[in-house]
Ligand binder design. Structure first.
Ligand SMILES: [Zn+2]
Length: 375
């Protein structure tokens, strides 16, 4: 068991990429395919990794949250109540001196939105939102005595969305990421030698895989055409906080990339879920329409989910605005990790840490971390 664990979360990392990332390859003594939770979005997957739970249990089902009581949609996940315990809280209960540093995680995954003074005083974590100085932050966190370091390396996400995962721009970011991981590894090794400390255990986990896209679907335009969405203030559906019910709106969709949640107004005029499902089944670019049973099958049966959930085809992405779509992104993510090319990879710097498993899920990461601290 290592005394320190460094978990790097990397959006966009594929197993094949390792061949072009020698620094990353060097630290991997063990590797296995890794499937993300559905939907494959940062807030969702990171919460699965830090709690060991599926979205149906931790309740983070999208970026942003819809509050049914006041019909308010917020682009932030801050209104989601997820009492699920994070790994650092569990470890702290066993090891009182335990400390943890989180770098660049989504606030919901970092559980950084509880406002009670008590909680912050007891909290064993220090949180940084940086996505640029990760190496410096990480090394200084070790110097300050943190035992667990969780850092998200965002390099591939932007290039993956804008230029696509097969682009030169994506490859250039891959090279940069490889260099930074090498620099981090060397600095940590030097620190361990100087301080006469054992090498930390390194775990590297893909957040989600980015795949090419050539089609955009606008679920709210479908609802508008069917007469179920009449108030079309576009800003309401373009990532700003908004009251979506009322004003004659009977159904509306929120979400991004490859998962959209469709909510139905709680009034007698609302269309039946069955009718809405039928309407979306034939929409080009929609792969699946989930109702109650479907949500159960996809582990998304949580009250925070929409009455229906739409999954895009692998080559399609959702845009929940109702206006004209700008430039189509070249890459997207979110759909279930069913085919092997949609799965990422998990690496560990010591053999045996991944239980010799041939396939792992993002929520397994929590158990791997806990085990390293003897829990
Ligand atoms: Zn992304």
């Amino acid at each position: 068991m290592s005394e320190r664990v460094i978990l790097l979360i990397i959006p966009g990392l594929r197993e094949d990429d390792l061949a072009r990332m020698p620094e990353l390859q060097r630290l991997a003594a063990d590797a296995a395919p890794l499937a993300h939770s559905f939907p494959g979005l940062s807030a969702v997957v990171q919460t699965s990794m830090t709690t060991g739970l599926l979205p149906r249990d931790h309740g983070v089902v999208s970026h942003g949250a819809f509050d049914r009581d006041c019909s308010l949609w917020s682009p932030k996940t801050t209104t989601v109540q997820t009492p699920a315990e994070r790994v650092w809280t569990t470890i702290r209960a066993y090891i009182p001196e335990f400390r943890c540093k989180l770098i660049g995680l989504e606030p919901i995954a970092a559980d950084h939105q509880r406002s009670s003074v008590d909680w912050f005083q007891q909290c064993p974590t220090d949180v940084s939102q940086t996505t640029v100085d990760v190496v410096e932050e990480a090394v200084s966190a070790l110097r300050l005595g943190n035992h667990l370091l969780i850092a998200r390396l965002l390099h591939l996400d932007g290039a993956g969305h804008v230029y696509g995962p097969e682009s030169d721009e994506f490859a250039a970011m891959q090279a940069k990421l490889n260099e930074e991981i090498g620099e981090l590894f060397r600095k940590v090794t030097r620190w361990a030698t100087q301080m006469n400390q054992p090498e930390p255990l390194w775990i590297v986990a893909t957040e989600y895989v980015i795949h090419p896209v050539n089609q955009c679907v606008q679920p709210n335009r479908v609802l508008q055409q069917l007469g179920w969405l009449t108030n079309t203030f576009d800003e309401h559906f373009s990532g700003e906080e908004a009251v979506l019910g009322g004003h004659g709106n009977l159904a509306w969709a929120t979400g991004e990339y490859q998962c959209a949640h469709v909510f139905l107004a709680d009034c007698p005029e609302s269309p039946p879920a069955e009718g809405v499902a039928l309407a979306f089944q034939d929409v080009d670019g929609v792969a699946e329409v989930l109702q109650e049973k479907g949500k159960q099958r996809r582990d998304l049966n949580h009250p925070n989910s929409g009455d229906l959930v739409l999954i895009a085809e692998p080559n399609a992405t959702f845009d929940c605005s109702v206006g004209l779509v700008g430039d189509l992104p070249r890459g997207t993510h979110g759909s279930p990790a069913e085919q092997s090319e949609m799965r990422g990879v998990i690496l560990a710097s010591e053999p045996g840490v991944l239980f010799g498993s041939s396939a792992m899920a993002d929520f397994d990461v929590a158990g791997i971390v806990l085990r390293q601290f003897g829990i």
